[in-house]
Ligand binder design. Sequence first.
Ligand code: DC
Length: 654
Amino acid sequence: MSASLALSPASWATGSIRLPGSKSISNRSLLLAALASGETEIRGLLESEDTRVMLTALATLGVTIVSCGTDAYRVFGVAGCFPVKQADLFLGNAGTAFRSLTAALALSGGHYRLSGVARMHERPIADLVDALRGLGADIRYLGAEGYPPLAIFPAAADAGGERRIGVRGDVSSQFLTALLMALPLTGRAAEIEVIGELISKPYVEITLNLMSRFGIEVRRSGWQKFAIAPGQGGKSPGLLTVEGDASSASYFLAAGAIAGGPVRVDGIGRSSIQGDLRFAEVLQQMGAEVDLGDHHVVVRAPRCGKLRAIDADLNHIPDAAMTLAVLALFADGVSTLRNIASWRVKETDRIAAMATELTKLGATVEAGADYLSVTPPAVLKRDVAIDTYDDHRMAMCFSLVCLGGVPLVINDPGCVAKTYPGYFADFARIATPVIAIDGPSASGKGTVAALVAEHLGYHYLDSGSLYRLTALAAVHAGVAWDDEVQVAAIAATLPAHFAEARVLLSGQDVTDAIRGEQCSQGASRVAALPAVRAALLARQRAYRQAPGLVAEGRDMASVVFPDAVLKVFLTASAEARAERRYKQLIGKGMSANIATLLQDLQERDARDAARSIAPLQQGADALLLDTTDLSVEQAVAAVLEWLKQLRHPRAATV
Ligand code: DC
């Protein structure tokens, strides 16, 4: 990915996203499956840098893990004993991997060295090391005291009996998580006491939930004491399916709350075990409309259009809380995010980074030791270049700013690969809606589509003209219309240019020529060739640009833009279409005969509907618009009304 990414102003976020797997669940599942006895198939594993780090580390430690299909891995558990007793592990900036492996390896009786990127070496780990030393572990700091890199040596033998340790809970809940997952390795009874207030409790709940799936029960007294009974080594549950990432979901749900919606995310819902799901509750408090299904969430903007400012303790959702800091730009007053001190020791000092970047956009920001107050600007600054501090969440959060209708630049966008390599492609899809319109010849779909595009300020794609241009270019090149290979080569490099209302082919004005009978026939012939359709696919998709696209033509809704938010099949009786065509021709001073026109249309309909490739038919998910008795204005109004209904369906019954 290049050094920066320019985001164009967007006005409407809508569509649906299948979430990548949860990072927290993926990395915990991998380690638990590796340490357990038996084979575990993990489905829906997140494919990202942080999980790659864990997969590589486990393989280095002698765990056999084989890929078995998309996002699926089979982990052969080592029953509590890593085969490799000496290893040097580089763990990037993956906190989930670093903390949990530190604990597991400290109790594994080997020599290990753990290091990461420079920022990882600035993230404190003393609380975990101290707790592990309390268990007899031999861990030494190789750099600054209290920070990675670490050297681990076999623990000294101890007297046995129940193990009791204390760990601080107010810097990172990952220390407790790491201990919980590693302690069963000792086979002995253990009790952990949390010293101080435990932060980010829902993440510990994820740990306990997953441990119980591996048959390891932890008795919990409040959030202070955690007891593990002896002899619970962990046994594979066989199959484990990773739910979608609730933190990643926050960007899309926020997009729906800011810019219309509906935005639907699939992969999390009522049944989710991730605390960040509760981000949806905060959106509700801000006035957004939220529908929570078992495995999906849908968000729409508040009916009044404006989000309410919030003042909230967000200790339970530290990651999704970052998304709220950017949402605060769109609220009706000062928003205060409290109890977020853990931000200071994450991928970057997130409180400082947020304050700096929000200020660049014109917000007034007050940053405390553990809180952030954001007063939105009257008008967002345009063309701001956002720095991302090698922090994936900074990049993802700030992409939302373009929904305020301002262009901006995200520096180092590639940092999203830590947890969501495909983020910007998914974001572009929901921030660039497509409306697909198809219908039979002379139904008026071109006119309606162009007017809808004009009304919305969207781009317009007349896909038929690309087939017409291909047919004409073939004639110019002396290539027969049924020469599939040659015509496809022409389509792939079509030197066509659309300027104002004119169409140019190799610089020559062919606006009228491509509408003639010869090009109509040629278009219909070349459009039946699969290689030609394939050659034009990427070109058509490239029309999808901010703020949106109205695409007209045969397979717009089915093949080219299957995720179009609105699919319209526009038709009219053959008689009405023949009459419209008749008036058109007469208007141009040409002679015409209604009966002949009607017969032509009926024959063409039959041919188009019978065609095996991209036949003319109303898709199952397309709305039928019969314009027989409608004026062009009425047809356009009907399409715009459907769009309005999409945003707020209940408006129809009010
Ligand atoms: O919409 P139109 O009349 O300009 O289309 C010209 C021809 O191209 C017509 O035969 C239908 C065909 N076509 C197609 O197969 N797929 C498209 N997306 C658009 C047009």
